[in-house]
Design a protein around this ligand. Sequence first.
Ligand code: G3P
Length: 220
Amino acid sequence: MKFFIDTANLDQIKEAMDLGILDGVTTNPSLMAKEGIVGVDNVMNHYTAICELVDGDVSAEVIATDFEGMIKEGEMLADLHPNIVVKIPMTIPGIKAISYLTQQDIKTNCTLVFSSGQAILAAKAGATYVSPFIGRIDDIGWDGMELINEIAEIYAMQDFDTEILAASIRNPKHIIDAALSGADVVTCPLDAILGLAKHPLTDIGLEKFLADHKKANQGH
Ligand code: G3P
């Protein structure tokens, strides 16, 4: 399973890179706004900066909602750097744009996916990635992980090549459950990735090893 970080923050991307486990980055307009990146030139420069940091796919989302606008923006984004994956929302014009960009050999990530039907359409259109939003489904009292299971079953049964990118991950448990459910990729906030390493028995065990070592080595 690939690990992507879900942020536009360069320091956090660097921190995850330094762990040696990072395979890519996903961004969205909210994450870009959170970093204060505004204006077309600044946005484009920021995507380029992310691509130069990371040896892997970097999802950059279109703002246009009509077909013509999406493909124009998509082509502009793809021209920025070979790492760019054009993120397109799950709408009817979005499906058309994914089909079009796929024919141009441009990688796409179909975002805002909340049902298996939407995931089937994304795969038929040739999306490189499909992004079901786990956390936001959980937020409304449904089970996000059930959706990952169902999409994984359908894609395997139907031999679809589209990779399942579990998005809207909020915690380490989501990452483990996504792995168990057959997600190809998880995109996570840095905290959720770091949280995987934490266990109280590890802390207690390390403390004891060091205390025993100190005791045994007193006077040596
Ligand atoms: O990039 C899409 C997704 O990961 C958003 O997550 O936490 O805003 O639902 P969240």
